[in-house]
Design a protein around this ligand. Structure first.
Ligand code: ADP
Ligand code: MG
Length: 583
């Protein structure tokens, strides 16, 4: 049924000008133009998790760029389109570089600041007509035919919107789109997979602004007039509302949100004068109330609610495949060497001069009571935390202080003690994220579906890893639907998809049942037999001792023992540490 939905919708939209009144078509035009700007926010805010109140400013940049160019310079609207897209993208690039590293609430606040600044610029720039704006903008023309009727504009707007939605849907399903969707899992997760989180944030910010620029270009040539008020932070919030109302992260939500808001505003304008004398401020209050209701009652938005009404068809299970593998070092070689690695948190020395060597093809256990510094040491090796002093060598390379994504690129994959998955992405997609560095498709290849062969192979590799860890039965289930123990296992599959030389697992057996632990132990032994090296932090002593070749024991940040399982068990200091911890 869902397969019929889209063609029916497209047919209905195509036939609309034949049956609908010009007034209705004009409303539809506003919906289409708003939806383009809202779509940018669906990507930026809904998918990427970066809230912006400044979207209207980018719409304004697109609109003013083409308005100025076509009226004062006599340029063609089509060149105006290029100018609108390039200028909105370029301004976003500069603002993004300046602000996207800001954490927490500072980023949304900064969008209000520059949103207002750009708005005031429009209103005060004499070249742009100041508060009067720019009028007499020519319509877009196809050869000798000007698209000046509302029906012609309707065609232009909705074809643009349809095309852009197709590109965006492709992108979100592709390699870079997965990286954008991974951003919400936090920079630490994305970077551990080799994703440059800052670059991805910048890319989605620029993309979102370019969509706004396109919306502005259409607006200028359909409206034939631009003035500053349409590009204030107020309209910016309206775009945000549309994106959230439709459904955070849903491409179709941009259109639905834009439609609901536009029709509601239109309806309110008809109804409010009967209820109150002054309609302006009331409209704002009604919208504020709606905004709060959506935040409280339907944070997921309308699209997910509608989805539940139409059952989804499950996509086919991809065929297993392989990608080129890394050459593994000869067994026994010095793979990972730590020398006097130290990390302080204020007065606490969490890791205190730790030195040990992990040999290629070995499972090395890293054990010790809670708070011994094991997870911190993991973060120091993987580049997730900054090392204070000491050295980390991996093969022949000094990886001390390398950023996490560069460490990942060397062939070190890791899991996290506190699971870091994307619960709203499927098992398959989560594991495909692990193979990010084994693909190369960019944003444009993904949007244009030029990446299909590579994508099939990445999906095939992910599928093979899911089978390996025993999760191949439901590859399209959401990761968040798994019990916590199985989520840890999914993280192992994700790490394996990277084709690692060394895999570091932080308490992988926590939350697993006995049989599941045995399956995990078998998997670890198989990996070792294949030549993969493993650094294992684990609390379950019986489990650790049954799989590791050697173990390093830490207490209060320092190594207190190192050796084969039998020797570790017999070590007096180790027994004291564990008894002390139990007491
Ligand atoms: P383990 O994994 O062995 O249980 P951790 O490495 O998590 O131990 O923690 C070691 C010590 O460092 C603990 O005392 C912990 O409270 C402290 N610690 C860990 N991370 C931080 C942090 N980000 N800030 C301050 N203290 C921390
Ligand atoms: Mg820990």
């Amino acid at each position: 049924m869902r397969r019929l939905l889209l063609p029916a919708l497209v047919l209905g939209l195509a036939g609309l000008p034949l049956v609908a009144s010009p007034y209705f078509i004009t409303l539809m035009n506003y919906i289409g133009m708003s939806a383009l700007a809202a779509l940018g926010l669906v990507l930026l805010t809904g998918v990427g998790g970066l809230t912006s109140f400044g979207q209207a400013a980018f719409v304004g940049i697109g609109a003013y760029a083409t308005a100025w160019f076509t009226t004062t310079q006599g340029g063609s609207p089509w060149l105006g389109l290029v100018l609108a897209l390039v200028l909105s993208g370029a301004v976003a690039m500069v603002l993004g570089v300046a602000t996207l590293r800001l954490g927490g609430h500072l980023l949304p606040l900064s969008t209000i600041a520059w949103g207002l600044a750009i708005f005031f610029f429009f209103g005060n720039s004499l070249a742009l007509g100041g508060h009067n704006g720019i009028s007499g903008i020519p319509p877009v023309a196809l050869g000798p035919y000007p698209l000046s009727s509302s029906a012609a504009a309707y065609g232009l707007i909705w074809l643009s919107l349809g095309g852009v939605m197709w590109l965006c849907a492709n992108l979100l399903g592709a390699r870079q789109g997965r990286a954008i969707r991974a951003l919400r899992g936090g920079a630490a997760m994305a970077e551990s997979l080799g994703i440059d989180s800052f670059r991805i944030r910048l890319a989605v910010f620029v993309l979102s602004a370019v969509l706004a620029g396109l919306s502005g270009w259409l607006y200028a040539h359909v409206q034939r007039f631009v003035g500053p008020t349409a590009f204030d932070v107020g309209p910016g919030m309206e775009y945000l509302f549309m994106a959230m109302l439709g459904g955070a992260g849903q491409i179709g939500g941009a259109v639905l949100g834009a439609a609901v808001v536009t029709f509601a505003k239109d309806g309110l304008q008809d109804v409010l004068p009967y209820l109150v004398k002054q309609s302006g401020p009331i409209e704002v209050i009604v919208f504020a109330v709606l905004f709060i209701l959506v935040l409280q009652r339907a944070r997921g938005g309308l699209i997910p609610a509608l989805r539940r009404l139409v059952p989804a068809a499950t996509p086919p299970i991809p065929a297993e495949a392989e990608l080129p593998r890394r050459r593994l070092p000869a067994p026994g070689a010095h793979l990972l060497t730590l020398a006097a690695v130290t990390k302080r948190f204020g007065g606490l020395v969490a890791v205190n001069g730790v030195s040990f060597t992990l040999h290629a093809g070995e499972i090395l256990g890293l054990i010790g009571p809670n708070g011994a510094g094991k997870s911190t040491l993991f973060n120091l090796i993987s580049g997730a935390a900054r090392i204070d002093s000491g050295l980390v060598h991996f093969l022949d390379l000094d990886i001390t202080g390398l950023p996490a994504r560069r460490v990942a690129a060397q062939g070190i994959a890791r899991s996290f003690q506190h699971v870091r998955l994307r619960p709203t992405m499927s098992l398959l997609e989560n594991v495909m994220l692990g193979a990010h560095l084994r693909g190369g498709a960019g944003l444009i290849a993904g949007a244009l579906r030029l990446d299909r062969a590579e994508e099939r192979r990445i999906a095939g590799v992910a599928m093979a890893q899911l089978r390996r860890v025993g999760l191949a039965a439901t590859p399209h289930a959401m990761a968040g639907s798994l019990p916590l123990g199985q989520q840890r296992v999914l993280e192992i599959a994700r790490a394996l998809a990277a084709d690692p030389v060394l895999i570091m697992l932080d308490e992988p057996a926590a939350g697993l049942r006995h049989a599941e632990k045995q399956a995990l132990a078998t998997l670890l032994r198989t990996l070792r037999a294949e030549g993969v090296s493993i650094l294992l932090v684990e609390h379950d002593m019986e489990f650790v001792m049954s799989v590791v070749d050697r173990a390093v024991v830490m207490e209060f940040g320092s190594v207190i023992a190192e050796g084969a399982p039998a020797a570790i068990r017999a070590d007096a200091a180790v027994q004291r540490a564990y008894l002390g911890a139990a007491a």
